[in-house]
Design a protein. Structure first.
Length: 266
């Protein structure tokens, strides 16, 4: 009899500890609960509030993603559109350039409040400027640094008493394309072939103040820059551009310019 009891006990399946398996509830996926339906006689304000709550409950992930994108564009990087000819031949009308907003300073998003300086603007940098004097954004090249003495004589730059060297690389009926050899970097620039007032081609000499910069457009005879708006304060520098992301030809039905896709800038 004892052997039978022992055999029966050995055939019994093991019992779960503390009946935890029986007490374990099935897992449920997290869900967002929609707001309680509004009463039929709700006022205008209540209907608006209810509609906003429903929109948030149904699209909260999209709104969070959109918020991240907006903060990224404001404080980290963005695309800027080129309109006009002031930076030809380097930049063309219809170019979309990448703007690194962390190149020089870290700022509070949507403000000009500077949290930290991470780099200094260099001669030859192509910069986006939120110009208060011009009342709009500009894109120009830094030519004069704080403390430099800058002058122009018939479009020939003189920096700290040293004339800048030039080399003509092409010429046509309307313009001359040159290589301008700044002290640290060389780049292309455009001069008009026709008559231009000498007063527009000359400037200074003037000393660049502390924390300000002297900027010029590469299209020297068709650019409103520091010759028109004076020196540019560092706080007005939005960021630096090193490349064209893509370009649309405004003179040819805004067709895509394949040769300018992801082009590095001089």
């Amino acid at each position: 009899m004892a052997d039978s009891d022992k055999h029966d006990s050995e055939d019994q399946p093991p019992m779960p500890d503390g009946d935890q398996s029986a007490a374990r509830a099935p897992e449920q996926e997290a869900t967002y609960k929609l707001p309680t339906p509004q009463p039929p006689n709700a006022g205008f304000g209540e209907r608006i509030t209810h509609a906003l709550k429903v929109a948030w409950a149904e699209n909260r992930q999209f709104f969070l993603l959109l918020t991240c994108i907006v903060f990224f564009k404001s404080a980290v990087a963005d695309l800027s559109s080129i309109s006009g000819a002031s930076m030809q031949p380097t930049l063309l009308d219809g170019d979309k350039v990448w703007v690194n907003k962390l190149a020089y300073d870290i700022k509070v998003p949507f403000t000009e409040i500077n949290l930290a300086e991470v780099g200094d603007p260099q001669r030859g940098d192509i910069v986006i400027i939120d110009s208060k004097r011009a009342g709009k954004r500009l894109i120009k090249r830094i030519v004069g640094l704080p403390g430099d003495t800058v002058a122009m004589q018939n479009n020939a730059l003189v920096i700290n008493g040293e004339p800048v060297n030039y080399e003509v690389i092409s010429r046509d009926e309307s313009s001359v394309i040159i290589i301008e050899e700044l002290p640290e970097v060389s780049h292309r620039a455009r001069l008009a072939s026709g008559y231009v007032s000498r007063s527009r081609r000359s400037y200074g000499p003037a000393v660049v103040p502390e924390d300000q910069y002297f900027v010029l457009g590469d299209n020297r005879d068709n650019s409103a820059d520091s010759r028109a708006y004076s020196f540019i304060p560092r706080m007005e520098l939005v960021g630096r551009s090193n490349s064209v992301v893509f370009s649309l030809d405004s003179d040819n039905k805004y067709l895509f310019r394949g040769d300018r896709f992801l082009t590095e800038l001089e």
